[in-house]
Ligand binder design. Structure first.
Ligand code: PHE
Length: 342
């Protein structure tokens, strides 16, 4: 009778033990047989009391064997299931080491700075010295000495921010020309980058923007020198094959004065959206230094002559990088700035 019970339990364990795939479920199944108090094997032990004395040792041995075998069987199965569980866990938490790492965000230079640096490199290679002027000027340096007296109509070209009756925010880096020529006699060859201010505000104009002024004064300087320098500059900044053309213009401090166009670097001069179908793009103003300006600085215009030019850095940046609203340059949005890298 008891033998049959032992056998039945053994069979029951064998029939069930393979059917689990979680260690928790296996543990519950194990308790059915091996729980010290309520387990079926503990139950057999209790029944032993009612068995005739002489049968007890053999039967007790049988029960112990059953218990040991059951423990071995469950332990082995538990190990197997644990290994499976680990495998499953590893598979679900697998890390793909070939995935690209999260991008490290580094700072980048502002497009203005990139263009400014590029221009400085180009002009420095042609022998220009850098002169940084002042942002607050008086009327004399910004206008009068530049042959633009008080009632001169050209003052209307540049709406001025006055800081006081005497002082103003410079409207043009040309003011620096006067400081340089007062301090230094020819030969002069300077490049002057800096902020300028005008009461002007639309998609291509900002009340504050950056100019780059150039001034060359020496004996025998002519429009040919200006033209030659402009060709070199244009090809370096916009690409080989870019041509320049001079159109007559007017500035009080240069005579003759010109607007300088470059052949469109986007379409090669055929006409496109960038050059508005004309094949040419205006990039700067220039001219031969007006003799009155030289005189104002104590330089003899019968001995010396010079050329000057001034360009808008934002304008060059917008052309080169295809930026269509100048405001984006001053909004400090890092997503915008990060698009421009050396
Ligand atoms: N100062 C002029 C401007 O701001 C540009 C310029 C500079 C023109 C030097 C001629 C010579 O428009």
């Amino acid at each position: 009778m008891m033998d049959e019970k032992l056998q039945a339990i053994r069979n029951e364990i064998e029939a069930g033990i393979e059917n689990f795939d979680s260690s928790k479920a296996l543990y519950e199944f194990r308790k059915v047989f091996l729980d010290n108090r309520d387990g079926k094997i503990a139950g057999l032990m209790k029944m032993l009391r009612d068995v005739p004395k002489e049968e007890r040792p053999a039967l007790g041995k049988g029960i112990n064997q059953l218990k040991e075998r059951a423990i071995d069987r469950f332990t082995a199965m538990d190990e197997k299931i644990h290994a499976l569980e680990l495998e499953r866990k590893n598979a679900s938490e697998k890390i793909d080491v070939t995935l690209p790492a999260a991008e490290i965000r580094t700072a980048s230079l502002h497009p203005d700075t990139l263009i400014e640096n590029e221009l400085i490199d180009i002009f420095a290679s042609m022998g220009f010295e850098i002169y940084e002027g002042r942002e607050i000027e008086n009327d004399y340096y910004n206008f009068t000495a530049l042959n633009t007296p008080k009632d001169h109509p050209a003052r209307d070209m540049q709406d001025t921010f006055y800081v006081s009756d005497e002082f103003l925010l410079r409207t043009q880096t040309s003011a620096g020309q006067i400081h340089v020529m007062e301090a230094k006699k020819p030969p002069i060859k300077i490049l002057s980058p800096g902020k300028v201010f005008r009461s002007d505000d639309d998609a291509t104009h900002s009340p504050m923007f950056t100019q780059m002024e150039g001034l060359v004064v020496d004996k025998g300087i002519s429009v040919c020198d200006l033209q030659g320098m402009l060709d070199t500059f244009s090809q370096k900044i916009f690409g080989e094959g870019v041509k320049t053309r001079l159109r007559p213009s007017y500035f009080p401090f240069t005579e003759p004065s010109v607007e300088v166009d470059v052949s469109c670097f986007a379409c090669g001069g055929k006409g496109c959206k960038l050059c508005k179908g004309t094949g040419w793009i205006e990039v700067l103003g220039a001219g031969i230094v007006n003799r009155h300006v030289l005189e104002n600085c104590g330089i003899d215009p019968d001995v010396y002559s010079g050329f000057a030019f001034g360009m808008g850095v934002e304008r060059i940046a917008m052309l080169k990088y295809g930026i269509n609203n100048i405001k984006t340059l001053f909004e400090s949005d890092t997503r915008f700035a990060a698009q421009f890298r050396d």
